[in-house]
Every structure is written in C-alpha cells, then in structure tokens.
Design a binder for this molecule. Structure first.
Ligand SMILES: [Cu+2]
Length: 518
C-alpha cells in the first residue's frame, strides 16, 4: 500500500522553475492521511525468500588507541540478496558500518577518511556534539585528489548556497564526540547537502551505542542478548545493485529524484542489519532489541506474530522512567525504540515474526526469531528504570511554531515556515541552557528531527502524547495535519545546528533549517 503521488505532474524544468509558482496548485491530496509516507520503488531483481539468511550483527569498531578511531568510507561488493552482488558505500566498506560501543563521558575522536567518488558529511544522530563536529551538510570531506564543485545547493528549489557556506576537508577529517550524555542508542549517517537520501541508501549508516553506569546497573538483558536492529528498506536492480530514482546517479552534479518520488522512496525489500528478512536464533529468554528505523521514508507499525508484547525501556535519547508495554510500535524514520521481548513466552521450536502492519505483500515481514532452546535467564525489567524530570512547560522561555509543508511559492519544495533551507540563515536562535515549547504542524508525514537538543513530547493534537512518544527524544513522528507540542532543552554547546524532516527525500529537497544556539 503506497501512497499516491500528490504533486502535480511537473516537468523537471517546471519544477526547477522559479518562484511565482502560484499556478502550481497542489493537486490530488488523496494520500494525505494515509499511514505510509513514500512511494514504492519495485525491485527488478526477483525478491529473495524471507527468513533464509541469518541476522548479521555489525562488527564493533576497535580503537587505534584509547579514544581514537579511524574509519574509511569506501566501496565494497557484498552479498545482500543471496547469489547476487551489491555495491555498497560503507563505513569500512560495510553496511551497516561498525558499531561504536562507547561510554558516557569518554571523549572519542573518529577520523573519517573518504575514498568515495562523492563528498560526505557524517552526522551523529542524537549526539550532543560540538557544532564543528555535528556533520553540517555543507561541511564536507572530499576524497584526496578529487576536485569537487559545489552543486549550488538544493537545485529542486532553485536555491543557491552562498559560496562561503561550503567547507572542504581534503581526504579526511576528525569528528570529536565528548559523549556527555545519557546512555542511548545513537546512530551515525551521511548528511551531505542535497544527497543524503541516495548516500544513506547506498549504505552510509551505523550504530553508536552510549553506555553508562545507570544503564549497566539495571538487570536488563546484556551481552549476546542486547542486539541493535537497523531496519530499512531497499530496492534492487536485476544486476543486484541498489535501485534508487536519482536524477543524476553519479550524485555529483544534479540533486533530486524523479518527480514521482518527491514524497519519499520506499523499497520493496526489508533489510535488518543489512540482510533481507533475516532470521535470528534465540534462547527462550528475554532479549533487549534496540530498534532503529533507518529507512529513507518508510514508517513501520511493528508487531509480533503470533502475538506478544514489546516492553519499551528506552526511547531515542535513553532510558524511560518506567517500562511501557506495547502491542504495536509505530516508528517514523530515525526513531529508536529500546525494547525487551521475552521469548520464553513461546514454545521452543516456534518462529516469532516481526511484522510491519503498515506494509503490504512481502514488505509486511521484517525478520523472524526462531526460539531454539531453553536457557537460563537472570535478566529482569525493573519497575523503575531511570529518573526523568517531570515535564514542566512553565519552564519554557519561548513558544514557537514550525510548519512543515510543501510550498507553493517554491514550486513544490518541502519547506519549514515557508522557507527552503538556506545555510547560514538561522530560523531560530535559542539560548543555551533554556527550554522552549515548539509547536510542530504539517501537511504530510514529516518526522521532525532536532540536532543537539533533546525534547519531550507535551501534546499530540491537543491531547496527551501517544504511548510511543514517551521519554527524551530527538525525532518525533509528525503525521499529516497533526499538531505536536514538544518541550526542547538546549544544552551542551553554542553554535550552528539544524532541525529538519528526516524523510531523507524531503530533507534533500530543502526541508531543513539552521538553529543557532547562542
Ligand atoms: Cu518531510
């Protein structure tokens, strides 16, 4: 079930066309209100069988010396669909990239060397990171010996980027992560101006887990029973290559996707940790599953079949105050849910399937667990997990509205408050150490992500937040015509950060804004 195209049929030229788009009224809003956000891109390769490959666990990154890591962004040929070869652009040539398993307060430097044919910018999603290391879209690493001419910004919106907004590092650069933040499941991914969608699609994403004493002291499942699950969708060409509707497959000159995919790209193969519909053999015991929706546009409503519950213990930015049980978890792109599933509730030998009830056909499956054996289990989910301050909106020093919407003025670009992304022009200048209420409104599915600052959901459509909105978050599932209020706390560092829609096709088409923390 994919949503219908809601944009008027415009030629590329028409879309690039300039202001005065008054005649370009938005047509065909039939899909608005639907639960799916993108348009399905079908594989031309026959789809692989479900549950035929084991779940891969990404390698854990090893430091070169304490606190110092090196990773190389490079091409690699890997077998994703059995019997075929796919070229990935991966950190250390893997997809997902290596998992950084780090401790709170352990200042970490990661040297990223780019050996890809395109520039990159690496963002630590959920990280409380100095602005210079935050992976700003025009702060780029270009492979040694490769020239790069700025593309001029969001060509779909006809926008130009001021030349002095570009920064280029030749060959490599170091990102500094102080990690002065609670234990949480973070992830890193490419954030290059105009080309984040295709570059993440090709594989530039991985986990970074922050651990701390508070989390370690809980009796939650640990070790082999603490598993990160990166869920995303992809489509494949007959030759095994990733299929993506770029206007310019070199990703060097022209930004954007075919008009039909303006709403977002959804593949028809679901990957978990880079494998199609994998299977994990589990003990009949509790497991901690760190769910990440790393898809460009696809939303999921995850359920366990034949029944079962997720016990949520953490959100985007760390532990909840107390566990929350869910029959289903809806995840927008970039959201994380840290859940415990007790496989001792199922008979040994049975198969438990993680399904996406928003998906259709084969994409309804995500992965499966095969309960292989009885086993000892000394884990537990305690009734209290962490201390979260009460949500106090009276502490806010400002209330602001951010409207996420397709603009008529910009000939259909995705905008925030009617503005297409303009690097160097902040939409808001919050003060460090303060809290603000942000009212988020939308015309479509726009998962709103704020860099640096974490937030609590105050209200959803004037009512209490959804059961899945709890805890500290950095991304919220904003659906068509919804109004969500969040309490955002600016802590950590001054400097230039961002907010943006985490539908990567929307992000690449100007739905971003600078935040200048002063
Ligand atoms: Cu969006």
């Amino acid at each position: 079930m994919t949503s219908r195209k809601t944009l008027p049929s415009l030629s590329r030229r028409g879309f690039l066309g300039v202001l005065g788009g008054g005649a370009l009224a938005v047509a065909g809003c039939g899909s608005l209100g639907a639960e799916t956000a993108g348009r399905k891109l079908a594989s031309t390769l026959p789809l692989p069988a479900p549950f035929a490959v084991p779940l891969p666990i990404p390698a854990v990154a090893r430091p070169v010396r304490p606190g110092f890591y090196e990773v190389v962004q490079r091409l690699a040929k890997v077998e994703i669909v059995p019997g075929t070869t796919t070229e990935v652009w991966g950190f250390d040539g893997t997809f997902p990239g290596p998992t950084f398993d780090l401790r709170r307060g352990s200042r970490t430097v990661v040297r990223v060397r780019n050996e890809l044919p395109v520039p990159t910018s690496t963002h630590l999603h959920g990280g409380v990171t100095p602005a210079d290391s935050d992976g700003y879209p025009t702060d780029l690493v270009v492979a040694a010996g490769r020239g790069f001419r700025p593309t001029g910004g969001h060509s779909p919106a006809g926008m130009r980027v001021d030349p002095d907004q570009w920064t280029f590092h030749s060959g490599e650069r170091e990102y500094v992560y102080p990690l002065e933040q609670r234990a949480a499941t973070l992830w890193y991914h490419d954030h290059r101006m105009d080309f984040t969608g295709p570059q993440v699609w090709r594989g530039l994403a991985g986990f970074l887990l922050v651990r701390d004493d508070e989390d370690d002291a809980l009796p939650l499942p640990k070790g082999d029973r603490d598993i990160p699950l990166m869920i995303c969708d992809r489509a494949f060409d007959e030759d095994g290559a990733f299929r993506y509707p770029s206007l310019d497959p070199s990703l060097l000159v022209r930004a954007g996707v075919d008009d039909a995919y303006m709403e977002g790209v959804e593949g028809d193969v679901i990957l978990v940790n880079g494998a199609p519909w994998p299977e994990l053999e589990v003990d009949a015991a509790r497991y901690r599953l760190r769910l990440l929706n790393a898809s460009n546009a696809r939303r999921y409503r995850l359920e366990l079949h034949p029944g079962g519950r997720f016990v949520q213990v953490g959100s985007d930015a760390g532990l909840l105050a107390a566990p929350v049980e869910h029959d289903a978890i809806t995840m927008a792109p970039a959201e994380r849910f840290d859940v415990v599933v007790d496989f001792s509730a199922y008979p040994v030998g049975s198969r438990v399937t993680l399904v996406n009830t928003l998906g259709a056909g084969p994409a309804r499956n995500v992965m499966c667990f095969r309960v292989a054996r009885r086993a000892a289990d000394d884990s537990a989910v305690p009734a209290r997990l962490s201390r979260l301050e009460p949500v106090d909106r009276t502490a806010a020093v400002a209330t602001r509205v951010f409207d996420f919407r397709k603009s008529g003025q910009w000939a259909g670009a995705w905008t925030i408050n009617g503005k297409a992304f303009t690097p160097g022009t902040p939409l808001v200048r919050p003060r460090l150490g303060t809290t603000e209420v942000w009212r988020l409104t939308s015309d479509f599915h726009h998962p709103v992500h704020v860099h640096l600052a974490h937030f609590r959901v105050l209200t959803r459509n004037g009512k209490a937040p959804a059961a899945t909105d709890g805890g500290w978050k950095d991304t919220v599932d904003l659906r068509p015509y919804e109004v969500i209020e969040v309490l955002v706390r600016f802590e950590g560092y001054r400097g230039r950060y961002m907010m943006h829609c985490h539908n990567l096709e929307h992000e690449d088409m100007a739905m971003m804004a600078d935040i200048e923390v002063v």
